[in-house]
Design a protein around this ligand. Structure first.
Ligand code: AMP
Length: 283
């Protein structure tokens, strides 16, 4: 695996591959890899001739008081794991080159980034859309993969790619979970063993909601009441949001009349965890 840590070298390499007719696949990440990241690499590996994994903790997507400074990092381990998962190029751009002094250009996807996480993290999707646009211009991928765990991020990127005529295929990858159902996340590292047990409630609440819908329940309020009951707010557990939405527009819905996104964000200790599922109504 080759490590590229400057932007011109990455752009030059991409130009050469494109001239040679090679297909470039990209996995954008903030590092501190877990099996979710590695699955993304393996899933897209065969869709390109060159697999680039970028590692960049993007300050533009963290708000004031959020965890940018303490976001977990372990570059040495990441490089080892990325290589073993089939990454050809680890692209690690320096902060000062991504956001040099005087930087002032941002990408704003207005509607789909407004609800859910956009409400509690107002700068988040602007930061994500901006850094992904920059990575797309630098790496020039033909295809890029994003996890469905960050469902709103995936919808935002799809919208951006369509609106800005970026000729890039966006692949969504299903959420990778621990054996007890907890969605893998770099932020799970913030949980104490006791909080880790409580964090299982997110996935359990989604599964219970699915069971209700399978039994014919269509009323949003009933489903959300069930989710609230399973999450059981209290010591260390506080709901940020739980919402039912159209999975394409992310507009809120009150009834399950077609495939519906159930999205959650829950503070467990100092970690803010998100999870989601698509509810499919029974016929
Ligand atoms: P991050 O490093 O958290 O920015 O994540 C990089 C990519 O990995 C994003 O596309 C995430 O959606 C994806 N990802 C993170 N956790 C998971 C997971 N548990 N399952 C699937 N994809 C994930």
């Amino acid at each position: 695996m080759r490590i590229i840590d400057n932007i011109p070298e990455m752009q030059q390499a991409a130009e050469v591959w494109r001239c040679e007719g090679k297909k470039i696949a990209l996995v954008p990440t903030m590092g501190y890899f877990h099996e979710g990241h590695l699955e993304l690499m393996r899933a897209i590996r065969n869709r390109g001739d060159v697999l680039v994994t970028s590692i960049f903790v993007n300050p533009a997507q963290f708000g004031p008081g959020e965890d940018f400074e303490r976001y977990p990092r372990d570059l040495e381990r990441d490089l080892r794991l990325a290589g073993a998962a089939g990454t050809d190029i680890a692209f690690i751009p320096p902060m000062k080159d991504m956001y040099p002094e005087g930087y002032q250009t941002f990408v704003n996807v207005t509607e789909v980034s407004a609800p859910l996480c956009g409400r509690s993290r107002p700068a988040f999707f602007r930061g994500v859309a901006t850094v992904v646009t920059k990575l797309f211009h630098i790496v020039r991928p033909h295809t890029a993969v994003f996890g469905e765990k960050d469902f709103q991020q995936l919808v935002t990127i799809r919208r951006m790619v369509q609106d800005l005529n970026m000729d890039i295929e966006i692949i969504g990858h299903p959420t990778v979970r621990e054996t007890d159902g907890l969605a893998m996340s770099s932020r799970n590292a913030y949980l104490t063993p006791e909080q880790r047990q409580k964090a299982i409630r997110l996935n359990r609440s989604l599964r219970d909601a699915q069971t209700l819908v399978e039994k014919g329940e269509k009323t949003g309020e009933v489903i959300l009441n069930k989710v609230r009951e399973v999450l059981a707010e209290g010591d260390d557990v506080r709901i940020d949001y739980m919402q039912l939405c159209n999975p394409e527009t992310l507009r809120e819905v009150a009834r399950i009349d077609g495939p519906t996104l159930l999205a959650l964000a829950v503070h467990v200790g100092i970690a803010r965890l998100i999870d989601n599922c698509i509810l499919n109504p029974s016929a």
